[in-house]
Design a protein around this ligand. Structure first.
Ligand code: GRG
Length: 298
């Protein structure tokens, strides 16, 4: 009970830290055309779990217990990119989803043209934020920007989205599904702890560990996301459930069955935690976060 309360308080503290930092960063863009600014604010602030940003912060602390300059900026940049990807993913030409984070999706509130531009502006701003981040060593900043660009580009998240679009209604096997999700959802999750660790000065062995940790966690996250689409509720997930089936999407429960999908998620989380053997107690928040993915309801 004590463990749970401490973990939840710590998560809340970091989530609030990211939320405040995002609000301050976005405020600097207030001279943008007002409808664009409002749409960016609508899609970015409030409602996100900030999982990717928290992974970045926790990994930096696992490597270096002192506060590391610039990590929060990278955590926010990752969340800006995530918000852009969700806006574009919800568009009628993509998943055509009417709800996100418990409210009408960005294009439902601001129309498609502005929603596309809000996504574009959030993505562009993420790069400005990273370039300005007060990281101790500018070379490290460039390496992180490189890692993130790779993770979200044509051979990463955007490529995964293209494969996902192509796969709708087509026969998809377990390997196809793994590939789509490891790119579409997995790459941004995977790069988040890697970037936090890199900024904090991780050794090569620690970088390798964080990379595997992120990869396995991303897989477990996607499997649980598919399970939530079957067993979750709008109240908790903030989006329409049962939607994968409606779109005829290949999912883990559809391909492997509910029970096997649960086992696969468990195995992926075990593997993610094993990868952290390189770290001492300072990585405990990362381990706890990984465990919480299995029981997540949102
Ligand atoms: C359109 C370029 C482009 C990319 C889209 C992110 C993405 C790629 C697709 C997301 C599709 C999706 C909803 C996948 C399920 C897993 C997932 C990423 C869920 C949303 O992430 P959460 O639950 O969201 O961390 P919050 O709202 O908490 O930030």
């Amino acid at each position: 009970m004590f463990f749970m309360t401490t973990q939840i308080l710590q998560l809340k503290k970091h989530r609030d830290q990211i939320e405040h930092a995002l609000a301050s960063l976005l405020f600097k863009e207030r001279s943008a055309p007002s409808v664009l600014y409002e749409s960016m604010k609508y899609a970015l602030l409030e409602g996100g779990k900030r999982l990717r940003g928290i992974l970045c912060l926790y990994s930096a602390s696992a490597v270096n217990s002192s506060a590391v300059d610039g990590v929060i900026d990278f955590a926010c940049a990752i969340e800006l990119i995530h918000a852009y990807s969700l806006i574009h993913d919800d568009l009628p030409c993509m998943d055509n989803a009417d709800f996100r984070r418990g409210k009408p999706s960005c294009h439902k509130t601001f129309n498609e043209d502005i929603a596309v531009l809000a996504g574009d502006a959030l993505l562009s701003y993420a790069f400005e934020v990273m370039a300005k981040a007060p990281v101790p060593n500018p070379g490290i900043s460039i390496e992180c920007i490189r890692d993130i660009s790779k993770a979200i580009g044509a051979c990463g998240m955007v490529g995964g989205q293209a494969l996902d679009m192509e796969a709708q209604g087509a026969p998809v096997d377990g390997n196809d599904l793994k590939k789509i999700h490891s790119l579409k959802t997995g790459k941004l999750i995977q790069v988040s702890p890697v970037v936090g660790g890199r900024i904090a000065g991780a050794t090569n062995a620690q970088m390798k560990a964080l990379n595997i940790f992120g990869e396995k966690l991303g897989l477990a996250f996607q499997i649980t996301d598919d399970l939530l689409d079957v067993e979750g509720s709008f109240e908790l997930t903030g989006k329409k459930t049962g939607y994968d089936k409606q779109l005829n999407k290949a999912t883990y429960p559809a391909l492997f069955g509910y029970k096997k999908s649960k086992i696969m998620a468990n195995e992926a989380i075990k593997a993610s935690i094993n990868a952290l053997n390189e770290f001492d107690i300072a990585a405990e928040p990362l381990r706890e976060l990984a465990c919480s993915i299995l029981n997540r309801k949102a």
